[in-house]
Design a protein around this ligand. Structure first.
Ligand SMILES: [Zn+2]
Length: 244
């Protein structure tokens, strides 16, 4: 039986001489893998649909629970991601998080929109790292580890001196209230987070953060996500290296 889905290619790996295996995320099916044949031959007509970031309407043939791509039409190519290294590195982190940390065959239309909208912002606008940080904040909430509150958990102040964070409870503390089971973060990171906290993506990309502050915030969110999920986001290290 053939099915039609809208999906973004999260990952593409070589298979046999001319084929690839794609990891797709779609609102209809969630994360699935699908083979795509002959795309490494020159002039292959579905080559465009076998590259990471391609957002397409895919026609899949399903046989014994396995999918093969038999047709595809571009919805978006996100061409800028291939022309600009920063955009490429930043959006690679979004795809890797989606690939590594979402369950298979569990559709979530909101998560699909979140990932695709983030990649869209990165492709078309500046403030790429802001968009990535906003994505990560929403993604941790999706996993059930959302940071609900940014004020000090003890006295409800907005910290202005030393700031501490307990990853266990996703809570911040000022110096006077800190119970001692977390890490100290820089005031700069805390203030950057404050500026984008609880804002929609469209507003987050308008927030002015110094590149160094945005990088620090990203490192902090990556620390938190990695700790909670016990995983290493490889493309995060590549991005940090690129920006340092
Ligand atoms: Zn306090």
């Amino acid at each position: 039986m053939d099915i039609v889905i809208n999906a973004i290619v999260l990952k593409s790996v070589d298979y046999k001489d001319n084929d690839k295996i794609l990891t797709l995320y779609s609102p209809e099916k969630g994360k699935i893998t699908a083979g795509i044949k002959g795309v490494k031959k020159s002039g292959a007509k579905l080559k465009f649909a076998s590259e990471p970031f391609a957002l397409c309407e895919f026609v899949l043939a399903e046989r014994a629970g396995r999918y093969t791509v038999i047709g595809a039409t571009y919805i978006e190519s996100f061409f800028n991601l291939r022309l600009n290294l920063l955009k490429y590195y930043v959006s690679s982190v979004v795809l890797e998080i989606m690939n590594l940390l979402t369950p298979e065959n569990e559709p979530d239309a909101e998560l699909f929109s979140l990932a695709v909208n983030t990649v869209k912002y990165i492709n078309y606008q500046d403030a790429e790292v802001n968009a990535l940080c906003a994505f990560m904040l929403e993604f941790v909430a999706f996993l059930g580890y959302g940071i609900e509150k940014i004020n000090c958990s003890g006295c409800d102040c907005i910290a202005t001196g030393r700031v501490f964070f307990s990853a266990k409870f996703a809570q911040f503390y000022c110096m006077s209230c800190y119970p001692g089971d977390g890490i100290e973060i820089t005031l700069e990171t805390y203030q950057s987070l404050y500026k984008i906290f609880n804002k929609p993506l469209s507003k987050v990309v308008e927030v002015e953060l110094q590149p160094k502050s945005a990088l620090k915030l990203f490192k902090f969110l990556n620390y938190y996500l990695s700790l909670k999920t016990e995983s290493t986001i490889k493309s995060a290290s590549a991005l940090v290296e690129f920006l340092s």
